[in-house]
Design a protein around this ligand. Structure first.
Ligand SMILES: [Zn+2]
Length: 296
């Protein structure tokens, strides 16, 4: 009897230990992955697995489910094509893009999440809201989410800012870059991009409880603009990361002089510096909305 009790206690102990393990072990992704397929409320358990950003706030509801399609077949094709194109502009393989729907509580899918395990989940509600603004808003959001994949892969942002927003600023910049690139979304006029960005940020803000995400951010506006300007040149991810922070921190803040790296380009430097005053005014909140939305 005594022995048996001890054995039961041992087995229970093992079970308890393994439960603890599966709850705390980050490497135990297989279990999480299979759980995600049916129920998507996993972001609380593995916060480090995903990147919360200005457009999203962590959780999918318990009635949400994954889908391979969004809208019509041609809309699905559009989003998957953009997903591949964004990755290709950065010289990377695409990550799987899935859509999240919730028939019980449709508004719960006002989310787009980039996961450290290499995938993007895109909510139907945020898709529909962005689509009403024009598909460029969905492209903006998707390009921003893929930027987080680049950050996961390469350990960007390379520059530590005092603000935790460095990653968001860079992702906004990368989205602005993609929208301009001729082999990307090929938008040569900034005004359309600015409108899409403001909209993308605003629908995210409605859904976030994080104080850091409220209100308009002039810093983020200037990041999108800088990314767009950098899009006049063909940069890879490393070069973008270097140049983005070279100008965003080093030049605009003027607080320190950064080393010129192999990614420094005198021609690009001349071009970006011709916009320094303008970027400073955006970043400092000194440019009116009217002027900002009419930038070339
Ligand atoms: Zn983000």
């Amino acid at each position: 009897m005594k022995n048996l009790n001890r054995k039961v206690a041992y087995v229970l102990g093992l079970t308890f230990f393994s439960v603890l393990q599966s709850c705390t072990n980050d490497a135990d992704v297989a279990d999480v992955e299979s759980a995600e397929e049916s129920v998507l409320a996993i972001s609380d358990a593995f916060p480090e697995e995903l990147h919360n950003c200005g457009y999203v706030d962590g959780n999918w509801s318990s009635t949400a489910f994954l889908s391979n399609s969004i809208g019509t077949a041609s809309e699905t094709n559009f989003m998957q094509t953009q997903n591949s194109k964004i990755a290709s502009v950065w010289g990377r393989p695409a990550v799987p893009l899935s859509f999240v729907k919730d028939n019980v509580n449709p508004n719960s899918t006002y989310n787009a999440i980039s996961y450290g395990s290499g995938k993007i989940y895109y909510g139907e509600a945020i898709y529909n809201a962005a689509k009403a603004q024009g598909q460029i808003a969905n492209v903006m959001i998707l390009a921003h989410e893929f930027a987080h994949q680049l950050q996961f892969t390469y350990g960007y942002p390379s520059k530590n800012e005092t603000t935790a927003r460095a990653g968001e600023l860079e992702a906004d910049g990368m989205a602005g870059y993609y929208l301009r690139r001729p082999n990307g979304y090929n938008k040569t006029s900034f005004s359309e991009i600015a409108a899409a960005y403001e909209f993308a940020e605003s629908i995210g803000d409605n859904n976030t409880s994080s104080p850091g995400h409220h209100g308009r951010s002039y810093q983020r506006r200037s990041a999108v603009r800088l990314g767009f300007l950098l899009g006049a040149y063909d940069l890879d991810a490393a070069s973008f990361d270097y140049n983005f922070f070279y100008y965003y921190n080093g030049v605009l803040n003027g607080t320190y002089k950064q080393e010129k790296s192999e990614f420094f380009n005198p021609e690009l430097d001349k071009y970006i510096r011709s916009y320094t005053k303008e970027l400073e005014r955006i970043k400092n909140g000194e440019m009116t909305d009217e002027e900002y939305f009419e930038l070339d």
